[in-house]
Design a protein around this ligand. Sequence first.
Ligand code: GUN
Length: 292
Amino acid sequence: MSKPQILDGKAVAASVLDECRTEAAELVKNGITPGLAVVLVGEDPASQVYVGSKVRACGELGFHSKKIELPAETTQDELLKVVLELNADPSVHGILVQSPPPPHIDEEAIVRAIDSRKDVDGFHPENVAKLALEDPTGFVPCTPAGCMKLLEVSGIDTSGKEAVVIGRSMIVGKPMALLLVSKKANATVTIAHSRTADLPGVCRRADIVVAAVGRPEMVKADWIKPGAVVIDVGINRVDDASKKRGYRLTGDVAYEEVAPLCSAITPVPGGVGPMTIAMLMRNTLQAAKQLG
Ligand code: GUN
């Protein structure tokens, strides 16, 4: 096989962020500074890294940002109060509560409490409905939006293709499937999950595989049809004593054995990860424009 096209999320994200910076400057001239509030409950180390990156991106683009770090013991009512205050804050156009919160928090109730016009994660039922309806005033969840953007700018045509999405989460799997089946993308989509019979066989049918399960290197070479496009959404920490920090990052795809079979593949890190943040900034701009 010839070498696969490596889908460079870092480079594509940089160009999306450049566009965002230019658009933000225009909005600022008109008296609107896009503002994002990021709420983190507890001390999950991976979440701390993600939240830090989101706040840093705001600074680099000239957005206003608020980072609200709450202790793991924060109650549902206390968190709800924070969300309601952010709903009422005119300097905040986007609100994001980092997932997953501690187990005593009812995450769905928190998401429903966020003003849907500020729900830049696209998790509120109103935005889920708008995605299904293909209504562009809704917010598309950032990770699947980033996957679609990466496919689009890489010149990968999804129309008429068989796509298999592994994972049925509301953050990635389900919205990804809706985007692929939309009138813009026109793929034929299967959503596979932990109870799917013969998962390797289902995957082997796919022209496009999107792996979003959170299991390190689960997708093996014999799951892949030669020439397929593979999008790896996984960012898994795997213990590695040879690394200074004690772990390495790996995707849901066994990259070394899968890559030689593919026509295109995303690396981990540097594939989908940077796209998620870029699309969050896009969504925040959209919120600022729509709210004014
Ligand atoms: N945790 C992992 N991905 C996401 C995301 O896109 N948004 C939020 N809020 N939490 C996450």
